[in-house]
Design a protein around this ligand. Structure first.
Ligand SMILES: Nc1nc2c(ncn2[C@@H]2O[C@H](COP(=O)(O)OP(=O)(O)O)[C@@H](O)[C@H]2O)c(=O)[nH]1
Ligand SMILES: [Mg+2]
Length: 195
């Protein structure tokens, strides 16, 4: 899909603040620093519509980005940032949990996992949580440019073997640097938005 006029709409900390126009939502979840905000920027070819940071744990609200009034990209706060206080982490987990629970217009959850690492305990918990929720989702292995192109397929496959050994869900690579993966990601997003 070609997005002409993507706009930041609101940073929400409670459901009252979520947009109320009923547009479908494509939601990014994953560890702090895994590349959620960069994913949004790359998909729409903007350098910094979604705020990115090399310092993990910066986004603590739920950010809604309006894509030409067709759908929202929703940037959830990252989990599992060790330097965040327990209280702060609990608060962030509360935001994530509340959003996923109450939101009725989720078209797709995209769970991001760094292609270089085995899924951690937090990732497994999030994966199981999403499975139990029954919501549509895919897994994207981020930062694919950090490994050799020839190793990308195997790396994605080994992440899938750990989380989804029967391979009935979609796992694809992504890189905020390389345009080659963006098209496939759009195909996936489109297929969930327009099914
Ligand atoms: N090499 C590389 N770096 C990335 C990629 N995606 C994100 N990053 C970097 O990882 C850091 C965290 O990215 P960000 O999008 O803010 O992660 P978020 O916390 O999940 O939203 C930033 O320094 C990004 O530049 C990628 O695909 N390749
Ligand atoms: Mg972010």
């Amino acid at each position: 899909m070609l997005i002409k006029n993507p706009k930041f709409e609101i940073s929400a900390v409670s459901p009252k603040q979520y947009p109320s126009n009923g547009l479908p939502e494509v939601v990014l979840v994953g560890k702090s620093n895994v590349g959620k905000s960069s994913f949004i920027n790359t998909m729409i070819n903007r350098k910094k519509l979604a705020r990115t940071s090399s310092e993990p744990g910066k986004t603590r609200q739920i950010n809604f980005y309006n894509m030409d009034n067709k759908f929202y990209f929703v940037d959830l706060p990252g989990y599992g940032y060790s330097k965040m206080s327990k209280v702060e982490q609990a608060k962030v987990n509360g935001f994530i949990d509340e959003y996923l629970h109450v939101r009725k217009n989720i078209a797709l959850i995209i769970l991001l996992i760094d292609i270089r690492h085995e899924p951690g305990a937090n990732d497994k918990m999030m994966y199981d949580y999403i499975i139990r929720s029954g919501l549509p989702f895919i897994v994207i292995a981020s930062k694919a440019d950090k490994i050799a192109v020839t190793k990308v397929d195997n790396a994605v496959d080994s992440i899938q073997s750990i989380l989804n050994p029967i391979k009935d869900f979609t796992f694809i690579p992504f890189s905020a640097e390389r345009k080659i993966y963006t098209e496939k990601a759009w195909e996936c997003v489109d297929s969930f938005l327009f099914k």
